[in-house]
Ligand binder design. Structure first.
Ligand code: APR
Ligand code: PHB
Length: 390
């Protein structure tokens, strides 16, 4: 098989890249380790920055997002029960769209099927070859047969655990990482959400988050120590812990029910530099991870893919290497700003055993400063709704 761009990974990064390139007449093959159903079964965050939503819209992907997504003009922050609303609309005239990443992925898969884009699911032992030469390729196994895809370039969109970043020689890559001493236990439930807007709560027992997928489906999280096992968290235990961390009035309105999904995700900040190695480009979680506080993961992937698709389109149109040459530098500029914001939101809202009472007072001061300063709120708002795409 031969294609122009071989894409590894059918998450939002890989699928969106394939979509944007197809619209410019560039051929792609997507190779994914899991089945399509497995990919669609993963529950991820659900907040889309305004500009990211506009990009999906402009690429013909916005129909269901408009029908089912919820436009949110602010978020709530609570500190030991004191609640403050950050009004994005008033502060900066912008909004976010609440629409699950799983739904974005489903829309992208349907669009790809619609234009007849080639995708290989359940591909085993994906391997990358000759990225430093002029004819790179990918091999994979399917049903016991080894296949080869020859291409001009490879896009590594295969997430944090993917093969792309790991195929690069250690001396060519620098990795920056911060692992947090806790994770998020998340629960999805078919009940009306307890708050109208997304509610981030700092509490001495730990962070809690009230989010939603629709007017009848809620998503909740509580901070848990590393090493906690989901089997040890019955639904009842989860609801009790969530209630204990919320303002009693909000806790009193919480509608509970059997969990549709419950899982623990560790929290990590991670960036790999650079994002280009010969004919291999990294985008999305393959290149960077943010802790979910602030919901930047999907949005960063969309930002990378916008830049990478534009660079590839320019390359095929003008035979120019210029944009491909600066992709890494340009993308990393925005990535680091989102890393900073996600790290700050995480630091401010979680309890850190090692920082003690001093750390808690600093966090309280952060909250007081925020509610007393329009400048601080504007800063939070512009980062949350998303810094401009390059
Ligand atoms: N070969 C082929 N595919 C692979 C391999 C491999 N060796 N390893 C991983 N994959 C696939 C995964 O199964 C997954 O479907 O790559 C895909 C990567 O998708 P995501 O993890 O969703 O990453 P990305 O597309 O960059 O999306 C970023 O998704 O992970 C969340 O929080 C993240 O919201 C962010 C967004
Ligand atoms: C979610 O709805 O899953 C969600 C919302 C906001 C976040 C993280 C996750 O910051």
């Amino acid at each position: 098989m031969r294609t122009q761009i071989a894409i590894i990974g059918a998450g939002p990064a890989g699928l969106l890249l394939g979509h944007l390139l197809h619209r410019a007449g560039i051929d792609t093959i997507i190779i994914e380790r899991q089945s399509a159903d497995y990919v669609l079964g993963r529950i991820r965050a659900g907040v889309i920055e305004q500009e990211a939503a506009e990009l999906l819209d402009a690429s013909g992907l916005g129909k269901r997002m408009h029908a089912e997504g919820l436009v949110h003009h602010g978020i709530e922050l609570a500190f030991d029960g004191d609640t403050y609303r950050v009004d994005f609309k008033k502060l900066i005239g912008k909004h976010v769209v609440v629409y699950g990443q799983t739904e974005v992925t489903r829309d992208l898969m349907e669009a790809r099927e619609g234009f007849g884009g080639q995708s290989v699911y359940s591909a085993a032992n994906v391997a990358i070859h000759d990225i430093d030469g002029a004819s790179p390729s990918i091999t994979y196994e399917k049903d016991g047969v080894t296949h080869t895809v020859e291409c001009d370039y490879i896009a590594g969109c295969d997430g944090y655990h993917g093969v792309s970043r790991k195929s690069v020689s250690k001396s060519a890559i620098t990795e920056f990482e911060r692992v947090y001493p806790f994770g998020w236990l998340g629960l999805l439930v078919d009940q009306p959400p307890v708050t109208e807007e997304i509610h981030y709560a700092h509490h001495e027992r730990g962070f809690a988050l009230c989010s939603l997928r629709s007017p009848s489906r809620a998503r909740y999280y509580v901070q848990v120590e590393n090493g906690e096992k989901v089997e040890d968290w019955s639904d009842e235990r989860f609801w009790d812990e969530l209630r204990a961390r919320l303002d009693p009035e909000i806790a009193g309105n919480l509608k509970t029910g059997p969990s549709l999904e419950k899982s623990i995700a560790p929290l990590r900040s991670f960036v790999a530099e650079p994002l280009r190695f010969g004919r291999l480009f990294l985008a999305g979680d393959a290149a960077h991870i943010v802790p979910p506080t602030g919901a930047k993961g999907l949005n960063l992937a969309i930002g990378d893919v916008k830049l990478l698709s534009e660079a590839m389109i320019e390359h095929y149109a003008d035979k120019s290497e210029a944009s491909l040459g600066v992709y890494s530098e340009k993308a990393l500029e925005r990535i680091w700003k989102a890393e900073r914001f996600s790290w700050w939101m995480t630091s401010f809202l979680h309890t850190f055993p090692e920082t003690g009472p001093f750390g808690r007072r600093i966090q309280r001061a952060d909250f007081e400063y925020l509610i007393g300063s329009t400048a601080a709120q504007q800063s939070l708002a512009e980062n949350y709704v998303g810094l401009p795409f390059a």
